[in-house]
Write a protein that binds this ligand. Structure first.
Ligand code: GDP
Ligand code: IMO
Ligand code: MG
Length: 424
């Protein structure tokens, strides 16, 4: 393992939480490097279900130090609630470490996220409305307020004043909203300082020391490759870099320290929110994927759009992340289909695309070229080794592996830890 980046290879919700949790048994540290509480990572342990949004999935193992890196945006109320909820379930949150350089999600970010979306009308992105985009906007326009500012009340107040003057102009003049008053925000946020004090540290140093000492460190991505601000289907993306490179900038670790990049790939695809999706199925098959796969958002409860696996997008993901291996999830969901399709290219106008198209408009009007494989029509959720899988299921995995050009190291056939098949 030593340093492994776990990324979502599609549009999110591939099962990163489950895979990270499974790997965490042998980990010393699990680090989130981007995103915030727009993520929803589900872990099932026996009868219990944990839905984590901000705290890394490794938290369920007592030997793991969960770290929230500088690349994340943190809503302190959500972080404290999540820690309290874990404590109530017997999991010690005192180990959680948060970068002083991570940016704070402020009440005006949530407000702006909601009104900006409303103003976009039919063009809206379908964000999670957690304030993620506006918080990153402030980070990059250098108006952000960082976690470390909470511990310097004077500076915090000054920064809040400057930021809120600007936000209030936007809220009132552009979005026709009421002004926000700084006083209650100041009081609320300075109240978090005391509660979070023991958790804030130089996480870049902490992670570096762990790697230097030969500890097993997992970098847990949120969202997915096609939601990446640079490499995804812009503007229908999130405002950070979920791709593997983000693990370096989002934690302060150099690329040379990374040993493996594990892509989590769902056996079909889902997408929440707007944006192009060439293999989307707006028919009964897509509906069955939603039902059987339980494809409703962990964070917002929204129905996820579903469709067949897209090998064009998968190869793109292999490339932009430098994947060294794949964890293939939710194979059990496909047990209920007569045949399984995989898109191997796109046709658009007079052209065939084997590579992910450079121009996004192609994604809207292309017709996927499908290969069709036989289904297995057998429940595989109780299978305990890869060799026990029906021949057709193994064939499907091997076919995807060949298309991806990267070994599928793990196959997941259910939400639980036990339903995880290791190969080779
Ligand atoms: P993440 O955001 O990538 O962590 O994925 P989510 O947790 O949002 O969504 C994945 C969902 O599928 C969760 O409800 C998991 O419990 C569930 N899940 C994960 N792996 C499997 C699997 O192999 N089979 C089935 N049936 N469910 C799975
Ligand atoms: P996990 O980590 C799936 C989507 C939103 C929207 C777009 C922008 O659970 O895989 P944002 O609130 O980030 O500004 O919304 O990104 N999105 C996700 N989709 N899984 C996620 O996280 C997502 N996080 C954001 O639906 O389309
Ligand atoms: Mg999710």
């Amino acid at each position: 393992m030593p340093a492994t980046v776990v990324i979502g290879a599609q549009w999110g919700d591939e099962g990163k939480g489950k895979i990270t949790d499974t790997l965490s048994e042998a980990a010393d540290m699990v680090v989130r490097y981007q995103g915030g509480n727009n993520a929803g990572h589900t872990i099932v342990v026996g009868e219990e279900r944990f839905a984590l949004t901000l705290i890394p999935s490794g938290v369920l193992y007592p030997q793991v130090t969960p770290v929230i890196g500088n690349g994340c945006v943190v809503d302190p109320a959500v972080l404290l609630d999540e820690m309290a909820a874990l404590a109530e379930r017997g999991i010690d949150p005192s180990r959680v470490r948060v970068s002083g350089n991570s940016h704070l999600i402020m009440p005006y970010h949530r407000k702006l996220d909601a009104v900006m979306e409303r103003f976009l009308g039919r063009q809206q992105i379908g964000t999670t409305k957690r304030g993620i985009g506006p918080a990153y906007m402030d980070k990059f326009s250098r108006n952000g307020i960082r976690m470390q500012d909470l511990f310097d009340p004077k500076i915090f107040e000054q920064k809040l004043d400057i930021a809120l003057k600007d936000k209030n102009r936007q809220l009132v003049k552009v979005y026709n909203q009421l002004e926000m008053d700084p006083a209650p925000i100041l009081e609320e946020y300075l109240g978090y300082a005391e509660k979070l004090h023991g958790h804030i540290t130089d996480t870049s140093l902490l992670v570096w020391e762990a790697i230097r000492d030969g500890k097993n460190v997992i970098f847990e991505g949120a969202q997915g490759t096609l939601l990446d601000i640079d490499h995804g289907t812009y503007p229908f993306v999130t405002s950070s870099n979920p791709t593997a490179g983000g693990a370096c900038t989002g934690t302060g670790i150099g690329p040379g320290a990374i040993d493996d990049v594990l892509g989590v790939v769902k056996a079909y695809i889902s997408r929440v929110g707007s944006g192009p999706f060439p293999t989307e199925l707006e028919d009964e098959i897509g509906e069955r994927m939603v039902e059987i796969g339980g494809e409703f958002g962990t964070v917002t409860g929204r129905r996820r759009r579903c469709g067949w696996l897209d090998a064009v997008a998968l190869r793109y993901s292999v490339r932009v992340n430098g994947l060294t291996k794949i964890a293939f999830t939710k194979l059990d969901v496909l047990s209920h289909f007569e045949t399984i399709k995989v898109a191997v290219a796109y046709d658009s106008l007079d052209q065939r695309y084997d590579e992910f198209p450079r121009q996004q408009r192609v994604l809207y009007n292309c017709v996927p070229v499908y290969e069709e494989l036989p289904g297995w029509n057998t429940d595989i959720s109780g299978v305990t080794s890869f060799d026990e899988l029906p021949k057709e299921a193994r064939q499907y995995v091997e076919y995807v592996e060949e298309l991806a050009g990267v070994p599928i190291a793990t196959v997941s056939v259910g939400p639980s830890r036990a339903a995880t098949l290791q190969r080779g």
